[in-house]
Ligand binder design. Structure first.
Ligand code: 13P
Length: 249
């Protein structure tokens, strides 16, 4: 079964290091059935165009402005990354929701901007430990889905990947269990069915993120309730990332 394997560099590495990374990755994953996507920092995207353009590896950014253009000093627009050949953008990562106070309203606007510019969106959702412990995780994720996808047309969901990334599992070495992943994936599909249709729920792409690495990727990727993974720190090692990206199920 074809899976989607996405790497999120976060704020790591410098552009010159990315050249070798990109060339190695393109070579190592050649021929895989999986869809492989890397999301390095903005500064690396022109190297991504140079070294991944024409390969089977897609690339994207980790954020965009909700605005199209104008007096927004320091911001990067959807058009700018698109011009560098990016096809994906991660929106609503918990780092941005938490540290940069991105609201669901802003995230919704960013998704619309991304889709209007022909980008595919990796929408991150997921609860904190506190929410999980208060047994509110399902309600919390449902509300994120509703608010973030408000006003999106059903046919646009083809360009949306939902990444379930529980905050307590990110960078902690404690991945969610198979049961947690299956349950939340079911909740997400049900919510998509309620907001859109049964067909949309069946077709929506859902991935899991949070401490996926070389030790657990096989087990996580073999969970039939998800279509792939979003990998943080473990994607920085090109050999490990290529190995995980090549796996077949
Ligand atoms: P880790 O894989 O480092 O836990 O990060 C997950 C993540 O936040 C990917 O977006």
């Amino acid at each position: 079964m074809k899976k989607i394997i996405i790497g999120n560099f976060k704020m790591n590495t410098v552009p010159s290091e990315f050249k070798t990374y990109a060339m190695t990755l393109a070579t190592k994953v050649r021929g895989t059935k999986n869809e492989v996507v890397v999301c390095p920092p903005f500064t690396h995207l022109s190297f991504a165009k140079e070294f991944l353009g024409g390969s089977s590896v897609a690339y994207g950014a980790q954020n965009i402005s909700a605005e199209e253009n104008g007096a927004f000093t320091g911001e990067i627009s959807a058009k700018m990354i698109k011009d560098l050949g990016a096809t994906y953008v991660i929106i609503g990562h918990s780092d941005r929701r938490g540290m940069y106070k991105e609201s669901d309203k802003t995230i919704n606007k960013k998704i619309k901007t991304a889709l209007a510019n022909g980008l595919k969106v990796v929408l991150c959702v997921g609860e904190s430990l506190q929410i999980r412990e208060s047994k509110q995780a399902q309600n919390f994720v449902r509300k994120q889905i509703d608010d973030d996808l408000k006003g999106i047309y059903e046919n646009e969901l083809e360009s949306v990947v939902i990444a379930y990334e529980p905050i307590w599992a990110i960078g902690t070495g404690k991945n969610a269990t198979d049961k947690d992943i299956s349950k939340m994936s079911e909740v997400i599909r049900k919510e998509i069915e309620t907001q859109f249709s049964a067909k949309a729920a069946q077709n929506i792409t859902i991935v899991y993120g949070g401490s996926v690495g070389i030790k657990n990727y096989k087990k996580i990727l073999s969970n039939p309730s998800i279509d792939g993974v979003l990998i943080g720190s473990a994607c920085l090692d090109v050999d490990d990332f290529s190995l995980m990206a090549r796996e077949t199920y």
